[in-house]
Design a protein around this ligand. Structure first.
Ligand code: 13P
Ligand code: SF4
Length: 305
């Protein structure tokens, strides 16, 4: 499969971009692995003709918005995102209309249509910088993640943020009790958490940051064991980079359900990547009217990053 994909990539002048939450073999096959911000930047600058996005649909859409002349393939069209789905564009448009003076900041985990209703996009890597770039007196609508929004409110002390009530099914289900148990078991292990986790979990975390932030912190921090509170796919990169350290994944409320796996990210397999390269589909399309407006909000973010 690996040889087949390498051959198809050369034939089609294609690049494979993968998120840290994808399967280990997918990350190993990729030309570039990153968090959602790094993947957007990479998608904007690649010279390849074809981008195979090993991740979820909103990430592939972002690549298409930034590189409309390239073919962007998503190995499985069912790779959605519960967070993006928690913010339908029509309802969001009405919400926005209720706050006409507000600056709209949306997490990249949104559809192209929601990005088109947004002033500045952000990711978990740059959300703080983006919020701080908005003049203090301006009201901010923040969508769609209520947990990241509440975390940003707390960090910046801003009272004038209106939060959309969305969440991610993976980060919502972590168990505070189970994390407190792990802390007893590994008293010297720092807790590294993604800001999509609910506030009680972020309050017991030693470090809160994006996937790339968590990976960097695990390298900086001299501890030998870490409790990791985000999607399980990140363990691959952590173990690859720091073979001498131990990473303990935080369990969910139901420790038997495997629910710290993002079911959408795990839909991307090597077989589907090969099939996408072979058939040239499924291809991501965004209407030009939506694309132009969505691009502005992403470019506004990239300028701040
Ligand atoms: P990052 O911004 O850390 O890549 O996170 C993306 C994501 O989907 C988190 O659930
Ligand atoms: Fe979306 Fe959550 Fe999966 Fe990230 S982990 S892609 S936010 S469903």
């Amino acid at each position: 499969m690996t040889e087949k994909i390498k051959h198809l990539k050369t034939v089609h002048n294609a690049i494979i971009l993968a998120h840290y939450y994808t399967l280990p073999e997918v990350q190993e096959m990729a030309d570039f692995v990153g968090d959602s911000l790094a993947l957007s930047i990479e998608a904007a600058k690649t010279t390849a003709d074809v981008i195979v996005f090993a991740g979820v649909c909103f990430m592939a859409e972002t690549a298409k918005i930034l590189s409309p002349d390239k073919r962007v393939l998503i190995p499985d069209l069912a790779a959605g995102c519960s967070l993006a789905e928690s913010c339908p564009a029509d309802a969001f448009g009405k919400f926005r209309a209720q706050h006409p003076g507000a600056v709209v900041v949306s997490y990249v985990n949104t559809s192209a249509e929601v990005k088109a209703l947004t002033d500045i996009c952000c990711t978990s890597s740059n959300a703080l910088r983006v919020i701080e770039s908005v003049p203090a007196e301006r009201e901010i609508i923040f969508a769609p993640d209520r947990n990241l929004g509440a975390y940003l409110q707390k960090q910046t002390g801003r009272r004038n943020m209106i939060l959309w009530d969305g969440a991610c099914h993976v980060h919502e289900q972590f168990s505070l009790e189970a994390i407190l148990e792990l802390k007893k078991q590994y008293p010297d292990a720092p807790v590294l958490a993604h800001p999509e986790c609910p506030q009680p979990i972020l309050m017991v975390a030693d470090y809160v940051g994006s996937t790339s932030g968590i990976i960097a912190e695990a390298g900086r921090n001299p501890a030998e064991t870490f409790i990791v509170v985000t999607e399980s796919g990140i363990l691959h990169e952590l173990n690859e980079r720091y073979p001498g350290k131990r990473f303990v994944p935080a369990p969910g409320v139901d420790s038997t359900c495997g629910c710290n796996d993002c079911r959408y990210m795990k839909l991307v397999t090597l077989e589907k990547i090969a099939a996408a390269l072979e058939t040239g589909g499924p291809e991501v399309e965004v209407s030009e009217e939506i694309r132009v407006r969505a691009e502005k909000s992403i470019r506004n973010m990239l300028e701040i990053s």
